[in-house]
Design a protein around this ligand. Structure first.
Ligand code: GTP
Ligand code: MG
Length: 371
């Protein structure tokens, strides 16, 4: 299963409450206040990792909840802090914040946590509380951009933990030497978020189904995408790493085929274009033999149109054209027509199935990836 967008609820731990306690020992009847501070809650931290390639972990566990800090205890003991939780997400994850849910209340002010005369402090596990209902916002709707995690190891604190409250010994004054006052812990940050994965690759392959995108990725990298003579063989994006001489590497992304009307959800729709929007260069793969009874020149125009309808900025990404299936009879004629109609477009002739013209295309990709 390939998951590239998911809605999650995240909440950092609340700070533990300060403690109200008084020192009571033999021969020390008026020992004074000794209530310790509450521990801080755990934060929810995101970390980008290049070992992951989709958001399946968050799909199965959409509630990211860190533990609360423990309340303070007598003898000025600080409560135990909640542990931070580090959530690994693939490089290329964009996080959006959805509308604010009603904040969960921190522990109410009062005499809830007390440790008078050696009694054990009461520990309340707020993590067990239910989260507020998710806002009625569909994924992809307008939301505030929170962070874009692109580099391996990059961390971001999604929800900041609540600070622990102060115990009663902080509130002793010459006039009130036995304060029963304490500070409640601060609430941890929380929110509903939309995680969207935009894969990171140098070169993006785009084209009609059956044009030979997966055949090309298979020929140039160790990726093993499924190849077949029917449309929509590829159902989810795949990245291949191309290793050139001299240890130079670049990455190429193969996505499902795009057809006319993809912006209206025809075929598999155009949502997969999100995975090639970060590419430095796009390569439009055309079936130059017109094997599916379409004119490759029209295919090219329609692909550009779909890119534009997805995001006008996609037209600003430099692209070149790979004329595939040049081993077929009809291809030369179509290629001549293409060159006449689009004289300024860079076209490379390839036969992906038998590796002809592929090394030249790889070299061209290398130049583009270096930019
Ligand atoms: N004659 C010829 N056939 C090719 C060539 N390259 C690919 N094909 C064939 O074209 C068909 C489609 O190839 P794929 O690589 O699966 O095409 P795709 O663009 O990935 O298709 P989708 O995943 O459906 O979008 C397969 O039957 C390939 O064998 C080529 O250079 N010449
Ligand atoms: Mg394919």
């Amino acid at each position: 299963m390939f998951i590239d967008q998911v809605k999650v609820y995240a909440r950092a731990g609340h700070g533990g409450s300060g403690c109200v306690s008084f020192r009571r020992e033999a021969f020390e009847p008026m020992g004074g206040p000794d209530g310790g501070d509450g521990g801080r809650g755990g934060s929810v931290i995101l970390e980008a990792s290049h070992d992951l390639n989709n958001l399946i972990a968050q799909f199965f566990v959409p509630r990211l909840i860190a533990k609360n800090g423990n309340p303070g205890e007598g003898a000025k003991k600080t409560g135990k802090s909640g542990k931070d939780i580090i959530i690994k997400v693939p490089c290329g994850t964009v996080v959006w914040k959805l509308s604010d849910p009603t904040p969960t209340k921190a522990e109410p002010e009062g005499e809830r946590v007390e440790n008078v005369e050696g009694e054990q402090a009461m520990v309340v596990d707020l993590a067990a509380e239910e989260s507020p209902p998710a806002p009625e916002l569909a994924i992809g709707e307008e939301a505030e951009l929170v962070v874009d995690l692109t580099k391996h190891g990059e961390q971001f604190i999604l929800c900041t933990s609540g600070r622990g409250g102060q115990g009663n010994h902080h509130f002793a004054t010459p006039r009130n030497q036995a304060p029963r006052h304490f500070q409640p812990g601060e609430p941890g940050g929380e929110g509903h978020y939309h995680f969207e994965l935009r894969l990171m690759a140098d070169i993006g392959l785009v084209g009609y189904p059956n044009a030979g995108k997966s055949t090309l990725l298979n020929a140039i990298s160790h990726a093993k995408p499924k190849i077949a003579a029917y449309p929509f063989t590829t159902l989810h994006p795949q990245i291949g790493v191309v290793e050139m001489d001299g240890w130079e590497r670049y990455t190429v992304c193969d996505i499902p085929g795009i057809i006319e009307g993809a912006h209206n959800n025809v075929g598999l729709g155009h949502a997969f274009l999100r995975h090639i929007r970060r590419c430095q260069t796009l390569c439009v793969i055309l079936d130059m033999a017109g094997t599916d009874d379409r004119n490759p020149c029209d295919d090219y125009e329609k692909i550009l149109r779909e890119l534009e309808l997805y995001d006008v900025a996609m037209l600003a990404v430099p692209h070149l054209v790979a004329a595939n299936k040049m081993d077929e009879d009809a291809s030369t004629e179509y290629l001549d027509e293409f060159r006449k109609r689009f004289p300024k477009i860079e076209v490379l002739e390839i036969m992906a199935a038998i590796d002809e013209g592929v090394p030249e295309l790889m070299e061209r990709f290398r130049e583009a990836a270096r930019l």
